[in-house]
Design a protein around this ligand. Sequence first.
Ligand SMILES: N[C@@H](CCC[C@H](N)C(=O)O)C(=O)O
Length: 313
Amino acid sequence: MSGRRVRFAKGHGTQNDFVLLDDPDAALDLAPALVRTLADRHTGLGGDGVIRVVRSAALADEEPTAKEAAAAGADWFMDYRNADGSVAEMCGNGVRVLVAYLLKEGRLLLPEGATGAVGTRGGVKAVRREGGPDGEIFAVGMGPWRVDGGGAAVAAGGDVTVRVGILTGAELPALPGLSVDLGNPHVVVLLPDLDTLRSLDLSVAPRVEPVPPHGANVEFVVPTGEGQLAMRVHERGVGETRSCGTGAVAAAAAVRAFELGVPGAAVPDEWLLDVPGGRVRVRFTPGDGSDGGAASELAGPARLVAEGELLHL
Ligand SMILES: N[C@@H](CCC[C@H](N)C(=O)O)C(=O)O
């Protein structure tokens, strides 16, 4: 990209932060090394991930999901990369930040309450502007989810084992985890209380066994009230982040699946998740999701904080 001028923006959704690269015509060679440099908090702009803002049609020849997006009328595509340079299928917080950027650039018209669409590798996502104090709350249709091990895994309390360290240097006894697919892979671990959640040392990746074939984002959750969860997350390709949108949906879906298994339990379809970077809302349309028919929605803020031009890269 020597000699080329590339505009960037920086934004976050509940402090899950991203570098956005403006590349409408898919002219950039977004090699993993460039992503790592940009995401680095010392040598680059810093972020949990990098989002290339690209026209779906411009990426259609090399990315089948971009071709589908273009055909479905979603003009813009979120080409999402984790901070380590790896490609991820979906990013719930990232979609909202992308939408905030497209609105700022006048590329998407989304009056409050209206619905638009953006392309991702995890499929076309419907987005709605909800408003909020500074007009920054967006809701994203996250589609169906899948509990990988089905009802048997839910009944057993999980399908994998998770080992995680705590700040004293010790490790918690092995914990059950439930694998949930949101387009990207998640493992959700239910913890007994907030003290245990706070005690986790997520500077080291939790170990999941059997090892998920494509890695996993691991969410640790504690129910804090009816339809309320506290969550911390270790993201695949990043490390601990202050929020994860797909993780929030996976966490709520897992806890809801456990509760649906309790006879007589009143299980809410709306959940509030408190993460270190703020709060997001997850809604499920009625159903248990197991037939792929039920859908989920994630809502939360998105903020752009800077824009500029890349130099020397
Ligand atoms: N922070 C994102 C998820 C980003 C991708 C993830 N690290 C993966 O590799 O699947 C979110 O808000 O969903």
